[in-house]
Design a protein around this ligand. Sequence first.
Ligand code: FUL
Length: 702
Amino acid sequence: MEKSPLITKKKTRITSLYYLLLALVLSGACSGPSATPPEPVMPIPHERQLEWQDMEFYAFAHFNMNTFTNREWGMGDEDPALFNPTDFDPSQWAKICREAGMKGIILTAKHHDGFCLWPTETTSHSVKNATWKDGKGDIVREVSEAFRAEGLKFGVYLSPWDRNHPDYGKPEYIDVFRQQLRELLTNYGEIFEVWFDGANGGTGYYGGANEERRVDKKSYYDWATTIDLIRELQPNAVIFGDAGPDVRWVGNEHGFAYETTWSNLMRDSVYGGMPEYAKVYAPGQENGTHWVPAEADVSIRPGWYYHPYEDHKVKSLPQLLDIYYHSIGRNSSLLLNFPIDRRGLIHENDQAQLMKLVHKIREDFSVPLPLDKASITATSTLGKGYEVSAILEEKGHYWAAAEGTIAATIQLEFPDPVRFNRFLVQENIELGQRIKAFDVEIRTEEGSWTPLASGTTVGFKRILRLPDTETTAIRFAITDAKASPTVQHLAFYLAPKLLLPPSINRDKSGMVSLKAPEEGLEIWYTLDGSDPAQQGKRYTEPFPVLDPTAIRVLSKDPGTGEISEVALKALQLARKDWTVLGDGEQSEHLIDEDPTTNYFTDTDRVSIDLGKSYALTGFTYFPMQNRYLSGLITRYAFAVSEDGRQWTQVSEGEFGNIVNSPIEQRVTFPTVTGRYIQLRALDKLDDNPASYAELGILIGNP
Ligand code: FUL
């Protein structure tokens, strides 16, 4: 049975040993010795990196002082007493992670604000002075123990930048930093990864100095000595940083690796926090000198830390799936962050989204093509022990082309037509990353070969999402490689379609466009209140909707006939004839039906000419959706007018909880006729200009 990429490969070493013995027995007993193994192509991974590579998917937890101050970066002057989770339970985190098939967790033991989650000897800015457990608690201990109890690994994030410590920027601080590492790497059992952030130096509290301190990122930390210390204390831990030395940053915080991702890095040209890192070095280099594979770090919410106002902004299933396929599917590991909440728990919304991702991924990889029934051939084989049948196994045997061969093709012929839409391939990275370019081709009914997809690097794992394809023969054609290629594993799957309803968008002119969550799905809709599963019209291109109505939409898998749930959206009057009065720069953003663009104004009101009179029954205010909120209206007055001069106030009130939950606000009032509308900001979140993503009206009762 095939394993999904989320299912553990813990037994790797044992399995390799088993296959090795099996290979020895078979080769000895049957017919002579195996061929000489291929020469490794440098660089190659260290044993600790191979162990790490098998983990693939693990958690990040941002939980620290910022959780209680509602910030992303603290200044370092926060009162330690503020740290006070009400319901801290790391076994809840560990159970969730285990159920999700994650292999471990990395905890922010100290973030840039310098607050330590363990009772360190190095500073009083720690849990020792927290309200939590009267200063007797140790978050690092409890989290590490809870994860080990579930059979998961534990790692630490220790920020090199410390905005609390009086000595930051001076040589003395480096001793403090190393002492903190020593404590973490001595007192909490086996550590699988030590994570160093590239963000370093800037303004801070620094023991009361309240100044800006810049450091020379290349030399200040003397990383070589720190790395020696880590190797001495935790020889099996991988060290993460821009420059590795063992695992590197993927170069963005979206969780996306690159189409071409090498595990090789020009490591000696990189230092932590270098400005050009993301652009120049993050994808790795074909001729990189050291093996430093990529790790994609991304938060399940917009922020790394918990903010109540992001409770409704947990990433959607299509977003999380993109992250999965763009990280693990592109030769990178996935470090998925949970902003632990003020209770000290993974929030229910985050857990729900994580489990949706995990169920879908398990589903995607649950129906492999029966390669054992296929006849599999290769245009080149190194010799005995490296036969192409080895690609059926995930570990142990592997296929290798003859030395000196660059282009080689593996062909699979099936007795009956097969259907698939996912392709997975792995190199034997123990011999170095070699493949530079490949094609996937299928045989048509007429018997000719036609390309289905192409790619560049493979590395530890490459997964392609493909259109549903039916054929009786497939070719994996390696067209370029650094040296004779190897393939550890190859597989095809038929993933069920992501049957979520399509997204609905309308522009200012009233044109409605619908988008299915995945290619290959049909979209059906109605505008008259009827069920799109029964009376729906097939969507082919954008269409205009000018008057208020409700649209109902669904996605349909034409292959199986299955349909998604129905999504319903009330469409208000199209805004094509509207004008914002008094203008102001970018006033169009107020009425462009795009909540990602904002309008800001220093005045306390905005007025709109609707083009003609309507019987109005309410209005909508869509607040800005930015990560950092400003100018949100918290109390309002709404007025209408027939001539744009004489105004009648029809509603006044507050937008309750808008700061914590900045979703669209909808206010209704008794019907009133008017051509002009005006929203006044009576109170705001702050003194910044009032901000608006959208302002709309309600007519009748759609
Ligand atoms: C960044 C930090 O500055 C963020 O706060 C967060 O910890 C992220 C993982 O790394 O560089």
